[in-house]
Design a protein around this ligand. Structure first.
Ligand code: ATP
Ligand code: MG
Ligand code: MG
Length: 369
């Protein structure tokens, strides 16, 4: 999606991805096949770029730091990637900057985990510090007896774990924040994200929350991003609690799933905005050009062929719905719960967009509003 936006602005994109037939390989100017976690490869890749940016944070941050010292232009800065790629370090960083968070502590063994459980209570959220995405580094212990099982599911204490106090949220919110090279900061409208088994599934834009909550969420997101260095778009994932508090969950230093809908519903998509930001063009208007939108992730329902059959049915229905845009990523393999594509629905009100979502899911006779 970054490559699609780049082509409209005549920006040439060179990508580094280990997968020969990765989705962006057909859309980019040049695809270097290799690991973004390998120092020599990243150094070689950097030679081909005017500006180096990321759309995944699990890259070799130490090499980016070294390259920056040699004058390579990384946006956002390597320091930002280093902080964010370790979720525990990220929490320490944001707590030092007085950003509201749930309580957290690192754990090294069963004893420290039990102690955390006594202090935080249950359910206890256990998280892997690094290489986490789509909830794959998270495990919940409902009681003290479940700690060992949850820790084992994450690969053991040696993987580097920490725990978070359970956030009793009523809604999950997200704000995409863009910062240009001239330090201009613009925030997208607050959206609501709905997760299925820890995986982002639905995004509603704008979120159905009070103006006070919108302002608070935007302020927390703005403050969080202000504590990080470099240009680009950042996604700030938030929890809204029943007493109106907004707590930060985590930040992504790149375009994010909670901003997919901006392609259709905002004047400037998060992808175009990221490119504008990192190459030093003026930022675009992040406001909505349609009154309401819902983004629906197409998650793999089954392995292999059967998964494609199910996804195709959904896409077939989507193509008949007004205001629906299908994005199929053409990932080479279908896996259960894998993000295979998404559909964005836009319309004149959230009620109408919700009805369109239902008919896309085959839950109702299609309306023709
Ligand atoms: P992403 O794909 O967004 O990077 P991730 O693997 O980094 O996901 P998190 O964002 O830490 O995972 O958590 C995924 C989801 O799990 C959250 O969106 C939320 O629904 C739930 N969750 C995470 N932390 C907590 C918590 N402390 N209390 C309650 N629920 C939580
Ligand atoms: Mg994450
Ligand atoms: Mg997350």
């Amino acid at each position: 999606m970054l490559c699609e936006a780049a082509s409209q602005l005549a920006i040439k994109v060179v990508i580094l991805d280990p997968m020969e037939n990765c989705p962006a390989s057909n859309l980019c100017h040049y695809h270097m096949v290799g690991s973004y976690d390998d120092s020599a490869t990243v150094e070689e890749f950097a030679k081909r770029c005017g500006v180096l940016t990321v759309e995944i944070e699990h890259v070799d941050a130490a090499t980016l730091e070294k390259l920056e010292q040699q004058g390579v232009d990384c946006q956002p800065k390597a320091s930002t990637i280093r902080i964010i790629q370790d979720k525990y370090l990220q929490k320490v960083h944001f707590s030092r900057h007085a950003i509201p968070l749930t309580k957290f502590v690192q754990i090294e063994d069963l004893e420290s985990a039990k102690k955390a459980g006594e202090i935080f209570g249950y359910p206890l959220m256990i998280k892997s510090k690094r290489l986490a995405y789509d909830g794959r580094g998270n495990a919940v212990a409902k009681t003290e007896d479940e700690i060992s099982q949850a820790v084992n599911a994450l690969g053991g204490y040696a993987r580097g774990l920490y725990v978070e106090k359970w956030a009793p949220f009523v809604k999950e919110l997200s704000v995409i924040v863009a910062r240009g090279r001239d330090n201009t900061v613009l925030c997208y409208p607050v959206v609501e994200t709905i997760h299925r088994e820890n995986i982002c599934h639905i995004v509603k834009s704008p979120a159905d929350v009070s103006w006070k909550t919108m302002k608070l969420a935007t302020d927390v997101a703005y403050k969080a991003v202000s504590s990080l260095e470099g240009a680009g778009v950042f996604a700030v994932e938030l929890f809204l609690t029943s007493d109106g508090q907004v707590l930060l969950n985590e930040v992504a230093p790149r375009p994010h799933n909670s901003g997919h809908q901006t392609i259709e519903c905002c004047f400037t998509s998060q992808y175009e905005q990221h490119l504008r930001a990192v190459v030093g063009l003026p930022l675009g208007d992040p406001s909505m050009k349609t009154p309401a939108s819902i983004m629906y992730n197409i998650l793999g329902e089954d392995e292999g062929e059967q998964g494609f059959v199910i996804a195709n049915k959904l896409i077939g229905r989507a193509l008949n719905i007004p205001g629906a845009t299908v994005h199929w990523y053409d990932k080479p393999e279908m896996r259960k719960q894998r993000k295979m594509g998404h559909v964005t629905l836009v319309g004149p009100s959230m009620g109408i967009v919700e009805a369109r979502l239902k008919s896309m899911l085959g839950e109702e006779i299609e309306d023709d509003q």
